[in-house]
Design a protein around this ligand. Structure first.
Ligand code: ADE
Length: 476
C-alpha cells in the first residue's frame, strides 16, 4: 500500500506516520509514504499557492495549478494498472468509518490531498478527486490530521502491519458491537476486582460474558450502532429457520462483514463490506421489493448478487442487467468440534511418513499454484486469495500437489488435486485442513457446490456435511 500526501506541511505528516505501528510498517515496507509539498509547484516568486476568491468573501483559496502539478508529479509515477484512489480530506466529505477504511485498504495507491485556508479551487478538485472524505463533524485548520487519521486506520488493515491478525478482527466495530471491557494484572486495583468469570478458565462462559458486555456497552454508549446490530440479529434469526440454505448470509453476519442495505419484513439484502458481493433472500410470500426500491437503473454499480429464490433471477436480470452464472447448493459442517486429521496429515504442520505437508500458501508459492490447473476464476483471483492468506496447499516431498481456498465472500472452494496425485485422499486432507482452520476462527465452515458436481457432493457427504435442498443463484 503506497500513500502519497499532497500538503503544505509535509514534515507534519511524515513525522506523525513515522512513529509507532505505522512507523514500523514503513520500515518493514508493508506501507510506503511519499509527502509532496504543494508549495514546490508554485510559479509565484514568493512561493505563494493561495489567492483571493472570485466573487469576494473572507479568506484565501488554494489555487488550482500548483495543486494540479503536485498531483501530476505523483500520478505520473503510479503504474497505469494500479488500483488508485484520490481523496480530498474536507469537512464536506462522507464521514470516514471502518467500512470505508476496509474499502480503501484494497487500493494499491492512495493519494490524499490536504487543503488549507478556505479550501481549494473547485476546478482542480473536479479533475482529480475520486473521494471526498471528512473525519468528523468539526473543522480542523487543515487536512493533515485527517490524512494521518486515515493513513493509520487503513494501514492497520494491510496484511502484516499489526503482526497479529486476530486483533484486527475482534476490535470495536467488528460486527457492529463495541469491544467488551478488558483487565490486566493486578487482580485487585483500588479495591476493584477483575470479574470472577475471567479468572474461571471456562472459555465458553468467558465468551458468553464478553458478548453480553459488548451488547450492554453498545446499547448504552452507541444506540445508533445497537439499532444496526438488532436489525442484523433479526435478519439472522429469520435465516436460522432455514440455516443450510442461508449459511452464506448467516456467516457474513457472524463474521462481522454484513451491512444491511434493505429489509422489509422478512426480505433482506446484505452487502459484504469486504468484497463487492451482495446477498439477497425473500422469505415473504410477496414479490421482492429490494431491487425495485433501491436501484432505479442498471448503473447502480452492483456487479454480483447471490440470490436465494429462483423467482428473483428474472427480476435481477431485468433491473440490474446481471446474468445467472451458477446455481449452487450450500454444504455446511454443522458441528463445532474439529474434524479428525488422523490418517490424513499431521496437524502439527510437520511432514508425515508419505512426505505430505499442508500449510498456508505464501507469495513464493504463487508461480507453482498458478501452474497447477487452469484457474477457472482467473489467475489474479488465485493470487489475490494467496495475498489474503486464504489459500492452502498440500505438498508431497515439497512439490505442490493440491490446493484449496476460502473465497472472498467466505465459502470454502477452489479444491484442485494435480492428476498425478489423485486417489490419495489429498482432497479430503485439504478440506479437513480448511474446515479446521475456519473452525479455529469461530466460523461455521461451508462450501457452495455447483449443481451437477456429483463428485464434490459425494466428498461433502463423506466428510459429514449437510447440503441445502434449495439452491443459491450467483448473478454477475
Ligand atoms: N479539514 C478540515 N476539517 C476536516 C475534517 N473534519 N475532516 C477532514 N478534513 C478536514
Amino acid at each position: 500500500m503506497n500513500f502519497h500526501v499532497l500538503t503544505l506541511f509535509p514534515e507534519m505528516v511524515a513525522q506523525g506516520v513515522s512513529t509507532s505501528i505505522t512507523g514500523r510498517a514503513l520500515k518493514e515496507k508493508k506501507i510506503s509514504l511519499e509527502t509532496v509539498n504543494i508549495r514546490d509547484f508554485s510559479k509565484d516568486k514568493h512561493n505563494r499557492v493561495d489567492d483571493y476568491t472570485y466573487g469576494g468573501g473572507a479568506g484565501m483559496l488554494m489555487q488550482a495549478e500548483p495543486v494540479y502539478e503536485a498531483y501530476e508529479h505523483v500520478a505520473d509515477k503510479i503504474p497505469q494498472n494500479s488500483n488508485k484512489r484520490v481523496i480530498y480530506v474536507t469537512p464536506q466529505g462522507k464521514t470516514f468509518n471502518q467500512n470505508m477504511a476496509k474499502d480503501f485498504a484494497k487500493s494499491d495507491d492512495i493519494i490524499i490531498l490536504c487543503g488549507h485556508y478556505e479550501g481549494i479551487d473547485e476546478r482542480v478538485l473536479e479533475e482529480v478527486v475520486t473521494d471526498y472524505v471528512s473525519i468528523g463533524d468539526y473543522v480542523l485548520t487543515g487536512g493533515e490530521l485527517a490524512a494521518m487519521v486515515m493513513i493509520d486506520a487503513i494501514s492497520r488493515l494491510v496484511p502484516g502491519v499489526l503482526h497479529n491478525d486476530v486483533s484486527a478482527e475482534t476490535e470495536s466495530f467488528h460486527g457492529k458491537l463495541l469491544e467488551y471491557p478488558q483487565y490486566s494484572r493486578p487482580e485487585v486495583w483500588h479495591g476493584k476486582s477483575v470479574p470472577d468469570v475471567l479468572l474461571s478458565g471456562n472459555t465458553k462462559e468467558i465468551n458468553k460474558w464478553r458478548i453480553q458486555e459488548s451488547v450492554n456497552r453498545t446499547k448504552q454508549r452507541r444506540p445508533d450502532l445497537y439499532r444496526e446490530y438488532e436489525a442484523l440479529q433479526k435478519c439472522k434469526d429469520d435465516m436460522m429457520k432455514k440455516k443450510l440454505h442461508h449459511i452464506d448470509m448467516i456467516e457474513l453476519i457472524n463474521r462481522g462483514r454484513a451491512e444491511l442495505v434493505f429489509s422489509n419484513d422478512r426480505e433482506y439484502l446484505l452487502k459484504d463490506t469486504e468484497t463487492t458481493v451482495y446477498m439477497h433472500t425473500n422469505l415473504n410470500d410477496t414479490k421482492p421489493r429490494a431491487f425495485d426500491e433501491l436501484f432505479d437503473d442498471e448503473d447502480c454499480g452492483i456487479e454480483c448478487v447471490v440470490l436465494h429464490q429462483a423467482e428473483c433471477v428474472p427480476v435481477v436480470e431485468e433491473r440490474l442487467g446481471l446474468k445467472l452464472q451458477t446455481e449452487c447448493r450450500n454444504a455446511v459442517y454443522t458441528q463445532r468440534e474439529k474434524l479428525s486429521v488422523s490418517g490424513l496429515y499431521r496437524a502439527d504442520g510437520k511432514t508425515d511418513e508419505r512426505g505430505l505437508t499442508i500449510r498456508v500458501l505464501k507469495d513464493s508459492d504463487k508461480e507453482d499454484a498458478g501452474k497447477l490447473h487452469e484457474w477457472p476464476n482467473d489467475l489474479e483471483y488465485c493470487y489475490d486469495r494467496i495475498d489474503a492468506g486464504s489459500m492452502f496447499g498440500a505438498f508431497i516431498h515439497d512439490k505442490l500437489a493440491a490446493v484449496i481456498g476460502i473465497h472472498g465472500e467466505g465459502s470454502i472452494g477452489m479444491l484442485y488435486v494435480d492428476e498425478k496425485y489423485r486417489k490419495q485422499k489429498l482432497g479430503m486432507a485439504l478440506e479437513t485442513y480448511a474446515f479446521n482452520w475456519a473452525l479455529e476462527k469461530g466460523w461455521i465452515p461451508y462450501g457452495q457446490i455447483v449443481l451437477d458436481n456429483d463428485k464434490s457432493f459425494n466428498l461433502q457427504e463423506k466428510m459429514g456435511l449437510y447440503c441445502s435442498k434449495e439452491s443459491v443463484y450467483w448473478m454477475e
